[in-house]
Design a protein around this ligand. Structure first.
Ligand SMILES: Nc1nc2c(c(=O)[nH]1)N[C@H]1C(S)=C(S)[C@@H](COP(=O)(O)O)O[C@H]1N2
Ligand SMILES: [Mo]
Length: 227
């Protein structure tokens, strides 16, 4: 079993300002990692309204599938954080590994169950950069020019990660390799393929689809597709 090490609470900056919700959410994640707790589910209806189940893994992009070699790959995480970082591939892969199986819901109505992802938990990255109390949102940029935004709280869930592998294989280029963001409880456009930058913000900034009429909240169980 994987050993989960939590950063000591007194190692957190400005503890009084750290949101209770961060700590509570992190505890849920840690107990899941330790095998004690099941993941939180959003609903007892596994298939959200208006979705149909597929067995294949369709590819959706903006017509560009950038080739990003791992030897030049970097992930820059900055903004409203105490410790901005730029990770190269080796540094990213040296972070604690996180594996999770989750369902995938695309706004174009297909869903696939039991996608096995492996990568680095969003919590691990958040612990590394230490969000300031002012951080409320995260804006993501990708190598194809795509952007998307999320509420920090939505990312502090026990199933959010930056994935480098899917179903035991290195993530293919068409599916966003070397690394993509997965936010299972939201429509899949909220997870950037070919991710290169995560900016913690003290306000919301809309991303590519959010600017083009898609819902900013993107909750599949509320059929929350369009703004
Ligand atoms: N960089 C980038 N990320 C992206 C997209 C994109 O066009 N570019 N499309 C989004 C959409 S709409 C969906 S449904 C999923 C599709 O992932 P897939 O192609 O692996 O199925 O990626 C999301 N992330
Ligand atoms: Mo999508």
């Amino acid at each position: 079993m994987m050993v989960v090490t939590l950063a000591p609470v007194d190692g957190l900056p400005n503890l009084s300002a750290v949101k209770e919700s961060y700590i509570a959410a992190k505890q849920r994640w840690a107990s899941k990692m330790a095998g004690v707790a099941k993941r939180e589910t959003h609903s007892t209806d596994r298939l959200p309204p208006g979705q149909h189940l597929v067995e294949n893994f369709p590819v959706l992009d903006l017509g560009i599938q950038p080739e990003v070699p791992t030897d030049t790959w970097t992930l820059r995480i900055h903004g409203q954080v105490e410790n901005p970082v730029t990770l190269d591939w080796d540094a990213f892969r040296a972070l604690p590994a996180f594996q999770d199986t989750s369902d995938f819901h695309c706004v174009t109505t297909w869903s696939q169950y039991d996608m096995r992802w492996e990568g680095v938990a969003f919590f691990t990255l958040a612990d590394l950069v230490r969000p300031k109390a002012s951080a409320t949102h995260v804006f993501f940029r990708a190598h194809d020019g795509y952007t998307t935004n999320n509420r920090l709280e939505a990312l502090l869930d026990d199933d959010v990660l930056v994935a480098h592998s899917w179903n035991g294989q290195a993530l293919s280029r068409e599916h966003g390799g070397p690394a993509r963001v997965i936010v299972p409880k939201l429509y899949a456009w909220k997870g950037a393929k070919w991710v290169k930058e995560m900016i913690f913000l003290d306000r919301d900034i809309l991303g590519f689809w959010e600017l083009r009429g898609y819902s900013n909240t993107a909750d599949p169980w509320r059929d929350d597709r369009f703004a």
